[in-house]
Ligand binder design. Structure first.
Ligand code: SF4
Ligand code: SF4
Length: 464
Protein backbone atom coordinates (compact mmCIF):
# COMPACT_ATOMS: atom_id res chain seq x y z
CA UNK A 1 0.00 0.00 0.00
CA UNK A 2 1.15 3.41 -0.80
CA UNK A 3 2.65 5.24 2.18
CA UNK A 4 0.70 8.45 2.59
CA UNK A 5 2.76 9.67 5.52
CA UNK A 6 5.78 10.54 3.34
CA UNK A 7 5.10 13.32 0.85
CA UNK A 8 7.63 14.96 -1.44
CA UNK A 9 8.87 18.25 -0.03
CA UNK A 10 7.23 21.23 -1.77
CA UNK A 11 9.77 23.17 -3.85
CA UNK A 12 10.91 26.26 -2.02
CA UNK A 13 9.42 29.39 -3.58
CA UNK A 14 11.93 32.12 -4.09
CA UNK A 15 10.72 35.64 -4.68
CA UNK A 16 12.50 37.70 -7.28
CA UNK A 17 10.77 40.82 -6.12
CA UNK A 18 12.86 43.02 -3.87
CA UNK A 19 10.64 45.07 -1.60
CA UNK A 20 11.53 48.74 -1.74
CA UNK A 21 13.51 49.95 1.23
CA UNK A 22 13.10 53.66 1.86
CA UNK A 23 16.43 55.46 1.75
CA UNK A 24 17.25 58.25 4.17
CA UNK A 25 20.36 59.87 2.71
CA UNK A 26 22.48 61.71 5.27
CA UNK A 27 23.29 65.27 4.36
CA UNK A 28 26.98 65.87 3.82
CA UNK A 29 29.08 68.97 3.34
CA UNK A 30 32.21 69.03 1.22
CA UNK A 31 33.73 70.22 -2.01
CA UNK A 32 31.64 67.98 -4.26
CA UNK A 33 28.46 68.78 -2.32
CA UNK A 34 29.17 72.47 -2.99
CA UNK A 35 29.74 71.75 -6.66
CA UNK A 36 26.50 69.76 -6.84
CA UNK A 37 24.56 72.53 -5.07
CA UNK A 38 25.96 75.04 -7.53
CA UNK A 39 24.90 72.90 -10.48
CA UNK A 40 21.49 72.05 -9.02
CA UNK A 41 20.49 75.57 -7.98
CA UNK A 42 21.99 77.05 -11.15
CA UNK A 43 20.00 74.71 -13.36
CA UNK A 44 16.81 75.20 -11.35
CA UNK A 45 17.34 78.96 -11.58
CA UNK A 46 17.62 78.71 -15.35
CA UNK A 47 14.50 76.54 -15.63
CA UNK A 48 12.30 78.72 -13.42
CA UNK A 49 13.76 82.06 -14.50
CA UNK A 50 14.07 81.74 -18.28
CA UNK A 51 10.40 82.14 -19.22
CA UNK A 52 10.22 85.38 -17.20
CA UNK A 53 13.01 87.11 -19.14
CA UNK A 54 11.43 89.65 -21.53
CA UNK A 55 12.68 90.09 -25.09
CA UNK A 56 11.06 92.98 -26.89
CA UNK A 57 7.31 92.50 -26.86
CA UNK A 58 7.50 88.83 -25.89
CA UNK A 59 9.36 86.49 -23.56
CA UNK A 60 12.90 85.48 -24.50
CA UNK A 61 12.18 81.76 -24.84
CA UNK A 62 8.79 80.69 -26.12
CA UNK A 63 7.82 77.57 -28.04
CA UNK A 64 4.67 78.75 -29.75
CA UNK A 65 3.29 75.45 -31.01
CA UNK A 66 -0.03 76.72 -32.51
CA UNK A 67 1.88 79.32 -34.57
CA UNK A 68 4.66 76.76 -35.22
CA UNK A 69 7.35 79.24 -34.18
CA UNK A 70 10.10 78.81 -31.62
CA UNK A 71 11.48 82.01 -30.15
CA UNK A 72 14.94 81.72 -28.59
CA UNK A 73 16.12 85.19 -27.61
CA UNK A 74 16.62 87.04 -30.93
CA UNK A 75 16.16 83.97 -33.09
CA UNK A 76 12.83 82.83 -34.51
CA UNK A 77 12.83 79.23 -35.66
CA UNK A 78 10.22 78.00 -38.11
CA UNK A 79 9.26 74.45 -39.02
CA UNK A 80 11.70 74.80 -41.95
CA UNK A 81 14.47 75.39 -39.40
CA UNK A 82 13.92 72.14 -37.52
CA UNK A 83 17.22 70.96 -38.91
CA UNK A 84 18.76 73.17 -36.22
CA UNK A 85 16.80 71.39 -33.51
CA UNK A 86 17.91 68.03 -34.87
CA UNK A 87 21.45 69.35 -35.03
CA UNK A 88 21.23 70.46 -31.39
CA UNK A 89 19.94 67.05 -30.31
CA UNK A 90 22.85 65.35 -32.09
CA UNK A 91 25.29 67.72 -30.33
CA UNK A 92 23.62 66.94 -26.98
CA UNK A 93 23.85 63.17 -27.57
CA UNK A 94 27.47 63.37 -28.66
CA UNK A 95 28.33 65.58 -25.67
CA UNK A 96 26.84 62.92 -23.42
CA UNK A 97 29.02 60.25 -25.07
CA UNK A 98 32.09 62.45 -24.88
CA UNK A 99 31.73 63.43 -21.21
CA UNK A 100 30.76 59.91 -20.19
CA UNK A 101 33.83 58.42 -21.88
CA UNK A 102 36.00 61.11 -20.32
CA UNK A 103 34.57 61.55 -16.84
CA UNK A 104 31.95 58.86 -16.25
CA UNK A 105 28.44 59.71 -15.12
CA UNK A 106 28.91 63.47 -14.70
CA UNK A 107 25.48 64.02 -16.20
CA UNK A 108 23.76 61.75 -13.65
CA UNK A 109 25.51 63.20 -10.62
CA UNK A 110 25.22 66.90 -11.41
CA UNK A 111 22.84 67.78 -14.21
CA UNK A 112 20.16 65.12 -14.77
CA UNK A 113 16.66 66.52 -14.06
CA UNK A 114 15.98 63.50 -11.83
CA UNK A 115 19.01 64.39 -9.67
CA UNK A 116 18.28 68.11 -9.74
CA UNK A 117 14.62 67.84 -8.69
CA UNK A 118 15.32 65.09 -6.17
CA UNK A 119 17.87 67.39 -4.50
CA UNK A 120 15.26 70.16 -4.38
CA UNK A 121 12.59 67.85 -2.96
CA UNK A 122 15.06 66.50 -0.38
CA UNK A 123 15.89 70.07 0.69
CA UNK A 124 12.17 70.73 1.27
CA UNK A 125 11.90 67.41 3.11
CA UNK A 126 14.81 68.33 5.40
CA UNK A 127 13.20 71.71 6.05
CA UNK A 128 9.91 70.09 7.09
CA UNK A 129 11.07 66.90 8.80
CA UNK A 130 14.64 67.56 9.88
CA UNK A 131 17.87 65.66 9.27
CA UNK A 132 18.33 61.96 8.56
CA UNK A 133 17.86 60.67 12.11
CA UNK A 134 14.92 63.00 12.75
CA UNK A 135 13.25 61.72 9.56
CA UNK A 136 13.83 58.10 10.53
CA UNK A 137 12.47 58.71 14.04
CA UNK A 138 9.45 60.47 12.58
CA UNK A 139 8.69 57.68 10.11
CA UNK A 140 9.07 54.92 12.70
CA UNK A 141 7.27 56.84 15.45
CA UNK A 142 3.52 56.87 16.12
CA UNK A 143 1.17 59.27 14.40
CA UNK A 144 0.69 62.25 16.65
CA UNK A 145 0.10 65.99 16.25
CA UNK A 146 3.77 66.79 15.56
CA UNK A 147 4.07 64.04 12.95
CA UNK A 148 0.88 65.11 11.19
CA UNK A 149 2.05 68.74 11.20
CA UNK A 150 5.50 67.92 9.78
CA UNK A 151 4.17 65.50 7.15
CA UNK A 152 1.48 68.00 6.13
CA UNK A 153 4.03 70.78 5.82
CA UNK A 154 6.20 68.55 3.63
CA UNK A 155 3.27 67.66 1.39
CA UNK A 156 2.21 71.28 1.18
CA UNK A 157 5.73 72.33 0.10
CA UNK A 158 6.12 69.43 -2.31
CA UNK A 159 2.74 69.94 -3.98
CA UNK A 160 3.28 73.71 -4.20
CA UNK A 161 6.73 73.23 -5.72
CA UNK A 162 5.48 70.54 -8.13
CA UNK A 163 2.62 72.76 -9.32
CA UNK A 164 4.98 75.67 -9.79
CA UNK A 165 7.19 73.34 -11.84
CA UNK A 166 4.20 72.30 -13.98
CA UNK A 167 3.18 75.94 -14.39
CA UNK A 168 6.72 76.93 -15.45
CA UNK A 169 6.86 74.06 -17.93
CA UNK A 170 3.63 75.22 -19.57
CA UNK A 171 5.05 78.77 -19.47
CA UNK A 172 7.56 77.72 -22.13
CA UNK A 173 4.67 77.05 -24.52
CA UNK A 174 2.17 79.75 -23.53
CA UNK A 175 3.26 83.31 -22.64
CA UNK A 176 3.92 82.92 -18.93
CA UNK A 177 2.54 86.29 -17.87
CA UNK A 178 -0.79 85.52 -19.53
CA UNK A 179 -0.67 82.09 -17.95
CA UNK A 180 -0.05 83.63 -14.53
CA UNK A 181 -3.00 86.00 -14.90
CA UNK A 182 -5.23 83.13 -16.03
CA UNK A 183 -4.05 80.96 -13.14
CA UNK A 184 -4.87 83.70 -10.62
CA UNK A 185 -8.27 84.21 -12.19
CA UNK A 186 -8.79 80.41 -12.21
CA UNK A 187 -9.48 80.60 -15.93
CA UNK A 188 -6.75 78.35 -17.33
CA UNK A 189 -7.71 76.53 -20.52
CA UNK A 190 -8.23 72.74 -20.44
CA UNK A 191 -4.86 71.89 -22.05
CA UNK A 192 -2.93 74.32 -19.88
CA UNK A 193 -4.61 72.87 -16.78
CA UNK A 194 -3.92 69.31 -17.91
CA UNK A 195 -0.23 69.89 -18.63
CA UNK A 196 0.36 71.91 -15.46
CA UNK A 197 -1.08 69.09 -13.35
CA UNK A 198 0.46 66.32 -15.43
CA UNK A 199 3.98 67.74 -15.33
CA UNK A 200 3.53 68.72 -11.68
CA UNK A 201 2.37 65.22 -10.82
CA UNK A 202 5.30 63.64 -12.70
CA UNK A 203 7.73 65.87 -10.79
CA UNK A 204 6.05 65.09 -7.47
CA UNK A 205 6.08 61.34 -8.11
CA UNK A 206 9.61 61.09 -9.54
CA UNK A 207 11.42 63.47 -7.19
CA UNK A 208 9.32 62.95 -4.07
CA UNK A 209 8.70 59.19 -4.07
CA UNK A 210 10.41 57.29 -6.87
CA UNK A 211 13.79 58.99 -6.50
CA UNK A 212 16.61 56.43 -6.85
CA UNK A 213 14.16 53.89 -8.30
CA UNK A 214 13.97 55.99 -11.47
CA UNK A 215 17.76 55.71 -11.83
CA UNK A 216 17.84 52.03 -10.91
CA UNK A 217 14.88 50.63 -12.81
CA UNK A 218 13.61 53.17 -15.33
CA UNK A 219 16.55 55.08 -16.77
CA UNK A 220 17.84 53.56 -20.03
CA UNK A 221 21.05 55.61 -19.85
CA UNK A 222 22.04 53.82 -16.63
CA UNK A 223 21.95 50.55 -18.58
CA UNK A 224 24.06 51.48 -21.56
CA UNK A 225 26.45 54.09 -20.15
CA UNK A 226 28.93 51.41 -19.09
CA UNK A 227 29.43 50.62 -22.81
CA UNK A 228 31.15 54.01 -23.07
CA UNK A 229 33.46 53.29 -20.15
CA UNK A 230 37.01 52.07 -20.53
CA UNK A 231 39.86 51.66 -18.09
CA UNK A 232 40.77 55.37 -18.46
CA UNK A 233 37.29 56.72 -17.67
CA UNK A 234 37.01 58.71 -14.48
CA UNK A 235 35.03 56.71 -11.93
CA UNK A 236 34.26 57.07 -8.25
CA UNK A 237 35.75 54.17 -6.44
CA UNK A 238 36.92 52.85 -3.12
CA UNK A 239 40.62 52.08 -2.86
CA UNK A 240 40.44 48.51 -1.70
CA UNK A 241 44.20 48.09 -1.37
CA UNK A 242 44.37 50.99 1.01
CA UNK A 243 41.09 50.43 2.84
CA UNK A 244 41.14 46.69 3.60
CA UNK A 245 40.98 44.99 5.97
CA UNK A 246 38.44 47.40 7.29
CA UNK A 247 37.72 47.79 10.97
CA UNK A 248 37.02 50.26 13.75
CA UNK A 249 39.90 51.94 15.52
CA UNK A 250 40.35 54.88 17.82
CA UNK A 251 41.00 58.33 16.39
CA UNK A 252 44.71 58.87 15.86
CA UNK A 253 45.50 55.15 16.32
CA UNK A 254 47.73 53.74 13.60
CA UNK A 255 45.85 51.49 11.21
CA UNK A 256 49.03 49.62 10.32
CA UNK A 257 49.79 48.88 13.98
CA UNK A 258 46.28 47.47 14.37
CA UNK A 259 46.77 45.36 11.26
CA UNK A 260 43.97 47.23 9.53
CA UNK A 261 43.45 49.25 6.37
CA UNK A 262 42.31 52.88 6.40
CA UNK A 263 38.57 52.10 6.25
CA UNK A 264 37.14 52.38 9.75
CA UNK A 265 33.86 50.81 8.64
CA UNK A 266 31.86 53.82 9.79
CA UNK A 267 29.38 53.29 6.91
CA UNK A 268 29.11 57.02 6.30
CA UNK A 269 29.74 56.44 2.60
CA UNK A 270 26.64 54.21 2.58
CA UNK A 271 24.52 56.56 4.69
CA UNK A 272 25.03 59.51 2.36
CA UNK A 273 24.41 57.52 -0.82
CA UNK A 274 21.14 58.60 -2.49
CA UNK A 275 20.83 55.20 -4.16
CA UNK A 276 21.63 53.28 -0.98
CA UNK A 277 24.62 51.32 -2.29
CA UNK A 278 27.95 50.52 -0.71
CA UNK A 279 30.76 51.89 -2.90
CA UNK A 280 33.15 49.49 -1.18
CA UNK A 281 31.58 46.64 -3.14
CA UNK A 282 33.05 48.05 -6.35
CA UNK A 283 31.62 49.85 -9.39
CA UNK A 284 27.85 49.34 -9.57
CA UNK A 285 25.40 50.49 -12.21
CA UNK A 286 23.21 52.04 -9.48
CA UNK A 287 25.97 54.55 -8.69
CA UNK A 288 24.99 57.94 -10.13
CA UNK A 289 28.45 59.39 -9.42
CA UNK A 290 27.16 62.12 -7.15
CA UNK A 291 30.42 62.03 -5.17
CA UNK A 292 28.61 62.28 -1.80
CA UNK A 293 30.58 59.24 -0.61
CA UNK A 294 33.85 61.04 -1.42
CA UNK A 295 32.86 63.99 0.76
CA UNK A 296 31.70 61.62 3.51
CA UNK A 297 34.86 59.53 3.50
CA UNK A 298 37.12 62.59 3.24
CA UNK A 299 35.51 64.03 6.36
CA UNK A 300 36.13 60.75 8.20
CA UNK A 301 39.73 60.58 6.96
CA UNK A 302 40.23 64.16 8.21
CA UNK A 303 38.94 63.14 11.64
CA UNK A 304 41.12 60.03 11.73
CA UNK A 305 44.18 61.98 10.63
CA UNK A 306 44.56 59.85 7.48
CA UNK A 307 45.07 61.23 4.01
CA UNK A 308 41.92 61.95 2.00
CA UNK A 309 41.01 59.96 -1.06
CA UNK A 310 40.15 56.49 0.25
CA UNK A 311 37.02 56.97 -1.87
CA UNK A 312 37.91 59.17 -4.82
CA UNK A 313 37.64 59.99 -8.47
CA UNK A 314 40.16 57.83 -10.27
CA UNK A 315 40.49 55.44 -13.19
CA UNK A 316 40.87 51.69 -13.34
CA UNK A 317 44.33 52.12 -14.82
CA UNK A 318 45.38 54.43 -11.97
CA UNK A 319 44.03 51.93 -9.43
CA UNK A 320 46.14 49.22 -11.08
CA UNK A 321 49.18 51.48 -10.82
CA UNK A 322 49.24 52.20 -14.55
CA UNK A 323 49.23 55.51 -16.37
CA UNK A 324 45.88 57.07 -17.21
CA UNK A 325 45.58 58.07 -20.84
CA UNK A 326 43.29 61.02 -21.46
CA UNK A 327 43.81 61.49 -25.21
CA UNK A 328 42.80 58.05 -26.35
CA UNK A 329 41.24 57.33 -29.78
CA UNK A 330 37.58 57.39 -28.75
CA UNK A 331 38.03 60.70 -26.89
CA UNK A 332 39.78 62.24 -29.88
CA UNK A 333 37.06 61.01 -32.24
CA UNK A 334 34.23 62.29 -29.99
CA UNK A 335 36.00 65.63 -29.40
CA UNK A 336 36.69 66.16 -33.12
CA UNK A 337 33.14 65.30 -34.14
CA UNK A 338 31.73 67.47 -31.38
CA UNK A 339 33.97 70.42 -32.32
CA UNK A 340 32.99 70.13 -35.99
CA UNK A 341 29.29 69.86 -35.18
CA UNK A 342 29.34 72.85 -32.83
CA UNK A 343 31.34 74.98 -35.27
CA UNK A 344 29.05 73.95 -38.14
CA UNK A 345 25.98 74.75 -36.04
CA UNK A 346 27.24 78.24 -35.16
CA UNK A 347 28.20 79.00 -38.76
CA UNK A 348 24.91 77.68 -40.16
CA UNK A 349 22.90 79.63 -37.60
CA UNK A 350 24.76 82.85 -38.30
CA UNK A 351 24.38 82.39 -42.07
CA UNK A 352 20.72 81.49 -41.80
CA UNK A 353 18.61 83.80 -43.98
CA UNK A 354 15.49 84.99 -42.17
CA UNK A 355 13.54 84.68 -45.38
CA UNK A 356 11.68 81.81 -47.03
CA UNK A 357 10.64 81.45 -50.66
CA UNK A 358 8.37 79.07 -52.48
CA UNK A 359 7.26 79.49 -56.10
CA UNK A 360 4.19 77.72 -57.44
CA UNK A 361 3.34 77.92 -61.14
CA UNK A 362 -0.31 78.37 -62.01
CA UNK A 363 -1.36 74.90 -63.01
CA UNK A 364 -4.66 75.89 -64.62
CA UNK A 365 -3.04 77.40 -67.72
CA UNK A 366 0.27 76.05 -68.96
CA UNK A 367 1.03 79.35 -70.71
CA UNK A 368 -0.72 82.17 -72.45
CA UNK A 369 0.22 83.73 -75.80
CA UNK A 370 -0.43 87.46 -75.70
CA UNK A 371 -1.70 89.61 -78.60
CA UNK A 372 1.82 90.87 -79.24
CA UNK A 373 3.03 87.26 -79.53
CA UNK A 374 4.80 87.14 -76.18
CA UNK A 375 4.44 84.08 -73.93
CA UNK A 376 3.23 84.57 -70.36
CA UNK A 377 3.32 82.27 -67.30
CA UNK A 378 1.63 83.04 -64.00
CA UNK A 379 3.20 82.23 -60.64
CA UNK A 380 2.39 82.56 -56.96
CA UNK A 381 5.58 83.58 -55.16
CA UNK A 382 5.22 82.83 -51.44
CA UNK A 383 7.48 85.06 -49.37
CA UNK A 384 7.99 84.07 -45.74
CA UNK A 385 9.28 86.89 -43.54
CA UNK A 386 10.96 85.14 -40.59
CA UNK A 387 11.94 88.35 -38.80
CA UNK A 388 9.99 90.12 -36.08
CA UNK A 389 9.23 93.26 -38.12
CA UNK A 390 7.42 93.98 -41.37
CA UNK A 391 9.80 94.19 -44.35
CA UNK A 392 9.56 95.12 -48.01
CA UNK A 393 10.87 92.68 -50.60
CA UNK A 394 11.50 92.81 -54.33
CA UNK A 395 11.03 89.81 -56.63
CA UNK A 396 13.17 89.48 -59.74
CA UNK A 397 13.50 86.77 -62.33
CA UNK A 398 16.37 85.63 -64.57
CA UNK A 399 16.74 82.92 -67.17
CA UNK A 400 17.30 82.26 -70.86
CA UNK A 401 15.75 84.89 -73.09
CA UNK A 402 14.55 88.40 -72.19
CA UNK A 403 12.24 87.91 -69.21
CA UNK A 404 9.94 90.63 -67.94
CA UNK A 405 8.13 90.53 -64.61
CA UNK A 406 4.71 92.06 -63.98
CA UNK A 407 4.19 94.07 -61.82
CA UNK A 408 7.41 95.93 -62.33
CA UNK A 409 8.91 96.57 -59.87
CA UNK A 410 7.47 93.53 -58.09
CA UNK A 411 7.71 94.87 -54.53
CA UNK A 412 5.64 93.67 -51.61
CA UNK A 413 5.46 94.37 -47.88
CA UNK A 414 5.31 91.24 -45.74
CA UNK A 415 4.31 91.40 -42.07
CA UNK A 416 6.39 89.85 -39.30
CA UNK A 417 6.11 86.10 -39.41
CA UNK A 418 3.71 86.22 -42.36
CA UNK A 419 3.65 84.22 -45.57
CA UNK A 420 2.68 86.57 -48.41
CA UNK A 421 1.40 85.00 -51.66
CA UNK A 422 2.48 87.44 -54.38
CA UNK A 423 0.87 86.87 -57.79
CA UNK A 424 3.35 87.67 -60.56
CA UNK A 425 3.40 87.21 -64.30
CA UNK A 426 6.54 86.46 -66.26
CA UNK A 427 6.66 87.23 -70.00
CA UNK A 428 9.12 86.33 -72.69
CA UNK A 429 9.62 88.04 -76.02
CA UNK A 430 7.83 86.60 -79.01
CA UNK A 431 10.91 86.39 -81.22
CA UNK A 432 12.61 84.19 -78.66
CA UNK A 433 12.88 80.73 -80.25
CA UNK A 434 13.34 78.94 -76.91
CA UNK A 435 10.93 76.30 -75.62
CA UNK A 436 10.30 75.46 -71.95
CA UNK A 437 13.16 76.47 -69.70
CA UNK A 438 14.14 76.65 -66.09
CA UNK A 439 14.10 80.18 -64.74
CA UNK A 440 15.30 81.54 -61.40
CA UNK A 441 13.33 83.70 -58.98
CA UNK A 442 15.14 85.88 -56.46
CA UNK A 443 13.65 87.73 -53.50
CA UNK A 444 15.69 90.42 -51.78
CA UNK A 445 14.93 92.58 -48.75
CA UNK A 446 15.02 96.25 -49.73
CA UNK A 447 16.47 97.28 -46.35
CA UNK A 448 19.31 94.76 -46.55
CA UNK A 449 20.40 93.29 -49.90
CA UNK A 450 22.28 90.45 -48.15
CA UNK A 451 18.90 89.03 -47.13
CA UNK A 452 18.30 87.27 -50.40
CA UNK A 453 17.01 83.84 -51.42
CA UNK A 454 16.53 82.24 -54.81
CA UNK A 455 14.69 79.27 -56.20
CA UNK A 456 13.93 77.85 -59.62
CA UNK A 457 10.69 77.22 -61.50
CA UNK A 458 9.72 76.04 -65.00
CA UNK A 459 8.71 78.52 -67.68
CA UNK A 460 6.44 76.75 -70.14
CA UNK A 461 6.35 77.88 -73.76
CA UNK A 462 5.24 76.28 -77.05
CA UNK A 463 8.03 74.39 -78.80
CA UNK A 464 9.14 75.95 -82.10
S1 SF4 B 1 28.16 55.29 -4.45
FE1 SF4 B 1 28.88 57.36 -3.98
S2 SF4 B 1 28.91 58.41 -5.93
FE2 SF4 B 1 27.73 56.53 -6.21
S3 SF4 B 1 25.63 57.22 -5.90
FE3 SF4 B 1 26.37 56.47 -3.93
S4 SF4 B 1 27.16 58.28 -2.92
FE4 SF4 B 1 26.90 58.82 -5.04
S1 SF4 C 1 33.24 56.47 4.75
FE1 SF4 C 1 35.32 55.80 4.30
S2 SF4 C 1 36.01 54.98 6.24
FE2 SF4 C 1 33.82 55.11 6.43
S3 SF4 C 1 33.08 53.11 5.74
FE3 SF4 C 1 33.09 54.41 3.96
S4 SF4 C 1 35.09 54.00 3.03
FE4 SF4 C 1 35.22 53.25 5.11
Amino acid sequence: MHDTTTTAAAPERESYYLAHQKIYPREIAGRFARLRSLAVWGLLGIFYGLPWIPWGARQAVLFDLPARKFYVFGIVLWPQDFIFLTWLLIIAALSLFFFTALAGRLWCGYACPQTVWTEAFMALERFAEGDRSARMRLDHGPWNGAKIARKSLKQFLWIGFALWTGFTFVGYFTPIETLGREAFALSLGPWETFWTFFYGFATYGNAGFMREQVCKYMCPYARFQSAMFDRDTLIITYDQTRGEPRGARRRGASAQAAGLGDCVDCTWCVQVCPTGIDIRKGLQYECIACAACIDACDSIMDKMGSPRGLVRYTTQHALDGEKTLITRPRIVVYATLLGLLIAGFIVALSLRTPLGLDVIRDRNTLYRTLDDGRVENVYTVKILNKTERARRFRISVTGPGRLVIDPDPAEFTVGSGDVFPAAVRVRRDAYDPLGSETIRFAVVALDNPTTRVTTTARFIAPAH
